[in-house]
Write a protein that binds this ligand. Structure first.
Ligand code: PLP
Length: 375
């Protein structure tokens, strides 16, 4: 069976984990956490970064940092992972779901304007498959009304909107190093903080609401409870694994892009002929090869494709169930229909894409898709 995803060791992960243990400190903010922060702050334009235990936690930190209160409204796409919504639901926010665009699952920027009210406290964009949303349009709408933008950049490491790294454009950006992402640490994430004034409070929220980080830097002579917070910092074992991956980021990205392009070249014409749609990368966006997906004509065609692939030993999978239809939120949603979200929910299918895929694996997937589209 060709799995959908497979975690991998690139090289020095186990060496660095052993070093972390030998250093005598494997709790949070050790040597490797600091190396990861430095890597990100130097390579991309993030003002400050803080590793977290997951992207989910980074999003929860973002919602606390923005002081989201019960009754505040937050605009976000319906076609996204549940954590994008949960972070704000946990603070009592009303979620205002926007539809996806026609050409890709990113939020339809033109729709945001109609959803803004005086109660709107944040606009959350999700760069689906690592492909940038229409940020010029989003910034135009948000800055005219002074509404902060949060980027769910979970899938968007090393991807850009024009020249700007994703996650550096909004006030805050949230990344994931879950084993299904490009760069992995098992479970892991990061909050990118793009305004210095939020950094001090972010550190406190991440350290259980205490000023422990200031204490360790010698800025205060004792530490205590100064704000709300939780335990959002990962073990240095996680950071050690992550740092080994970051050292090889370019090589990992090259391999993923190679696989993506072999898929594209092998499938483009047959897929077009079958009325199946391939991802469109807008002119402003780069492709970080997080994902290779197809959008079928209808749910029957997708079911046939997934079943055929499975019979050939290839595990292809669909993706999100639109959140406005979810059992938790459908009765709270305002009833607007979101047809593009539903189309991606019913018709989108993701092909296997992982670092250790061999040429034989890739060929087998392509061959199986071509067969399925023929009959
Ligand atoms: C993976 C993912 C998350 C959650 O990341 P975790 O690190 O598993 O918490 C959130 N949003 C999007 C869009 C994702 O793809």
């Amino acid at each position: 069976m060709i799995p959908f995803n497979k975690p991998f060791l690139h090289g020095r992960e186990l060496v660095y984990i052993a070093q972390a243990v030998a250093s005598g400190k494997i709790s949070g903010d050790g040597l490797f956490t600091k190396k990861c922060h430095k890597f990100f702050e130097e390579k991309y334009l993030f003002k400050k970064t803080l590793l977290t235990t997951s992207c989910t936690d980074a999003l929860e930190m973002a919602a606390i940092l923005l002081n989201i209160q019960p009754g505040d409204e937050v605009i976000l796409p319906s076609f996204t992972f549940v954590s994008t919504a949960n972070a704000f639901a946990l603070r009592g926010a009303r979620l205002i779901f926007a539809d996806s665009g026609i050409n890709n699952p990113n939020i339809d920027a033109a729709e945001i304007e109609q959803l803004v009210t005086p109660r709107t406290k944040a606009i959350v964009v999700v760069h689906y498959a690592g492909v940038a949303c229409d940020m010029d349009r989003v910034i135009e709408i948000a800055s005219a009304r002074n509404i902060p933008i949060i980027e769910d950049a979970a899938q968007a490491i090393d991807s850009f909107h024009n020249d700007r790294p994703l996650g550096s454009i909004g006030l805050l950006g949230a990344f994931s190093f879950h084993e299904t992402k490009n760069i992995i640490a098992g479970e892991g994430g990061m909050l990118a903080i793009n305004n210095d004034s939020l950094f001090h409070r972010a550190e406190i929220i991440r350290e259980k609401g205490t000023n422990r980080s200031s204490f360790f830097r010698g800025e205060v002579d004792k530490y205590g409870w100064v704000d709300i917070g939780s335990s959002f910092l990962p073990s240095d074992i996680t950071a050690a694994y992550l740092f080994a991956q970051l050292e090889n980021l370019n090589q990992i990205q090259e391999k993923r892009k190679y696989i993506w392009h072999v898929y594209w070249n092998g499938l483009k014409s047959a897929v077009d002929a079958a009325g199946v749609f391939l991802p469109e990368i807008p002119v402003w966006a780069t492709n970080n090869a997080h994902m290779f997906y197809l959008v079928t004509r209808n749910i029957e065609q997708r079911t046939h494709l997934i079943e055929h692939l499975r019979s050939q030993g290839v595990n292809a999978v669909f993706h999100y169930l639109s959140l406005h239809n979810s059992p938790y939120y459908m009765h709270k949603h305002d009833g607007r229909s979101l047809p593009n979200s539903d189309r991606y929910m019913n018709c989108l299918v993701r092909l296997p894409l992982y670092y250790e895929m061999t040429n034989d694996d890739i060929d087998k997937v392509i061959e199986s898709v071509l067969q399925a589209l023929k009959n």
